[in-house]
Design a binder for this molecule. Structure first.
Ligand SMILES: C[S@@+](CC[C@H](N)C(=O)[O-])C[C@H]1O[C@@H](n2cnc3c(N)ncnc32)[C@H](O)[C@@H]1O
Length: 340
């Protein structure tokens, strides 16, 4: 096997090795996250025996899993065999700013991990492998499985928590306007937007089970928001000045995106703004952090990450004109459009 070009170490795994064993890294990360091992290392190193007795896990198995992750910089093992949490592993703790714990638990969950080995079927049919395994589309499954719904919503909130403030600060929302976050999850982005400009009001719109878990009940936001449960394929709240769609269009194929955009266009007055907050892919195969997500969309949903030209064409067909694309310091960009 070709080893990493930058290393002469004969034991340094090759790039091909890492690609081949990616699911093992993912499973190891999930195992320590689910058992909250990183939380038990918050105040210093511990041996696998100490960790095992605190978490009800098997010390021998835990040592081997932690050894693999230590080889990748998540933990570091000292001379007495105790492990400490490295900087890379800090976001695996719960309850710390920027925690990715729920995001890791979501993206490594059976919902996605079971679909991955069937990607080959998706190549043959073009259809999400999730649908054969679960017998129904992804979001229909979430309606029927409160446990997976909670895992998904918490994971999205964790991923979004890292980017909501960055997105909110990257756009000058017109004062006194009403912002409607369509498919806004638990309201992390809407909360950040309202905090940034005191004259704004907002509506959090999503499926009822999701808005029921909203995070908007904060003193500084009092009286400036409401929630509404519903189906964005049918109708969304009207009279918004700014409509937000964050990580929504990437979940759906063009036909379904046109149905969602159609609901917004029917609800919005001409001149209203639409902000699509999603990754914008380059038009080539250059590395981009949304490429893995694009495959998640392919195998679990009917979605895709899109290029600027693809967004422009979709928006145009739905009665919106793309005005500009603003970068944010995080993964997503803000595609600004206006209802025409
Ligand atoms: C990928 S999440 C994005 C959530 C949020 N915008 C964010 O960035 O964290 C997709 C959201 O679409 C919502 N959703 C899916 N189907 C829906 C529908 N038919 N009507 C309303 N919301 C829906 C889900 O409940 C979920 O919160």
């Amino acid at each position: 096997m070709t080893r990493h070009a930058e290393s002469d170490d004969p034991f340094m795994p090759s790039a091909l090795h890492d690609l081949m064993f990616g699911h093992i890294h993912s499973a190891a990360l999930r195992a320590v996250a689910v058992h909250r091992i990183p939380d038990h290392l918050a105040d210093g190193p511990r041996t696998p025996e100490e960790l095992a007795s605190r978490t009800g896990t098997d010390a021998g198995a835990l040592r081997r899993v932690m050894r693999l992750l230590a080889s990748r910089g998540v933990f570091r093992e000292d001379d007495r065999g105790a492990f400490r949490l490295e900087e890379l592993g800090q976001p695996l703790r719960t309850g710390v700013p920027g925690s990715q714990h729920a995001g890791v638990v979501m993206i490594t969950s059976p919902m996605f991990a079971r679909s991955a080995p069937r990607l080959q079927d998706t190549l043959e049919t073009g259809q999400p492998s999730f649908d054969y395994i679960y017998g129904m589309p992804f979001f229909e499954h979430l309606l029927k499985s409160p446990e997976d719904r909670a895992t998904f919503d918490a994971g999205m909130a964790a991923f979004s928590g890292a980017e909501d403030e960055l997105v909110a600060q990257s756009y000058a929302f017109p004062p006194d306007s009403r912002v409607i976050d369509v498919g806004g999850g638990r309201g992390g982005l809407l909360g950040a937007v309202l905090r940034g400009e005191p004259s704004l009001s907002g509506v959090l719109f999503d499926q009822s089970a999701t808005v029921a878990e909203h995070v908007l009940d904060r003193p500084e936001l009092a009286g400036r928001w409401r929630t509404e449960g519903g189906d964005f394929f049918t109708a969304v709240p009207s009279d918004g000045d700014v409509y937000l769609l964050k990580h929504i269009l990437h979940d759906w194929d063009d036909e379904d995106c046109l149905r969602i955009l159609g609901s917004i266009r029917r609800a919005a007055r001409t001149g209203a703004r639409l902000l699509v907050v999603d990754a914008v892919l380059p038009g080539n195969s250059a590395p981009h952090p949304a490429l893995e997500l694009d495959i998640v969309m392919l195998m679990a949903l009917k979605g895709r990450e899109r290029t600027a030209a693809e967004f422009e064409s979709l928006l145009d067909r739905a009665g919106f004109r793309l005005r500009r694309i603003l970068p944010t310091p995080g993964l997503p960009a803000i595609v600004e459009a206006v209802a025409v």
